[in-house]
Design a protein around this ligand. Structure first.
Ligand code: ZN
Ligand code: ZN
Length: 274
């Protein structure tokens, strides 16, 4: 191959950010839609998706205040859709903007989730299905906060078991029936590594990881190559990493980069890293 062509191919710039939040995220910033889009233009992106958290169908944890911080309510998400439709038109000749949602997979609430998805589905152009909560007996634990991770560790007894539980939940999510609007891209599939510097583990359950990746392949799903992990103090890596990343490459699963921005300055961030 011509050397200059090879260099161009290896340096192929990522021009799509498939995971961006908005001023409606309760744990995000007030940065406006315009600020997010302007940053995307500065980064030279050609396509972005706003993927605000979809409202939960109901309360499934006792700490309602905490759950309210995780996702906007129904009223806010209606405003979100209106705003994204406006910003899409405003920048139509400059960048492709997709309307999306990040849908939480909550084990045992599949039917309820499907109902909410059916409500918004006709508006969706793109989206993510993510696991943030794992179900341990009758409790749901958010593993992307330190308290939640440590609670899971106490309940399950070892880091290994916490990883197993996370990946088992991810497999159930991929196989779940969430109806015709179920997102085709799995959000930050290695999120469980968020505290890997505090709780190091070389995960060895390749069989489970391969099952997940085979299931992704069979369904023609994509993965969110999520750069937010690089910004987390105890993570320092992208959320498609390690043995999982090797399998994603081996099975040629389609990758879509996502910054998981909750502030405009993070749009397109670290897309030159792998
Ligand atoms: Zn968020
Ligand atoms: Zn997420």
């Amino acid at each position: 191959m011509d050397l200059s062509l090879k260099v161009i191919m290896e340096n192929k710039k990522i021009v799509r950010d498939g995971h961006i939040h908005s001023p409606y995220c309760p744990h995000g910033t007030q940065d406006s839609f315009d600020m997010y889009v302007e940053k995307a233009l500065i980064e030279g992106l050609e396509e972005i998706t706003f993927t605000e958290h979809m409202p939960f169908p109901c309360y499934f944890i006792d700490d309602k205040a905490f759950q309210d911080e995780c996702a906007p309510n129904f009223e806010a998400i209606n405003k979100y859709f209106k705003d994204v439709e406006k910003i899409k038109l405003k920048y139509a000749d400059k960048i492709k903007i997709n309307i999306g949602l990040e849908v939480d997979f909550v084990e045992a609430y599949e039917e309820e989730t499907k109902k909410v998805l059916n409500l918004y589905g006709p508006k969706l152009e793109d989206g993510l299905l993510s696991v943030h909560f794992i179900k341990i007996d009758d409790q749901y634990v958010a593993i992307d906060g330190r308290d939640g991770f440590e609670q899971a560790l106490n309940l399950l007894g070892s880091i290994d078991k916490v990883y197993d539980k996370y990946y088992e939940t991810l497999l159930i999510a991929i196989q779940s029936d969430l109806g015709p609007y179920k997102p085709k891209r799995i959000g930050h599939p290695n999120l469980i590594r968020i505290f890997n510097k505090l709780y190091p583990l070389e995960y060895k359950n390749y069989e489970l990881l391969e099952k997940i990746v085979r299931e992704l392949k069979n369904r023609n799903y994509e993965v969110d190559v999520n750069t937010a992990g690089l910004r987390k103090p105890y993570c320092g890596e992208i959320y498609v990493a390690d043995a999982f990343k090797e399998l994603v490459n081996k099975y040629a699963i389609k990758k879509v980069y996502g910054s998981d921005s909750h502030t405009a300055k993070d749009v397109g961030r670290d897309f030159d890293k792998e």
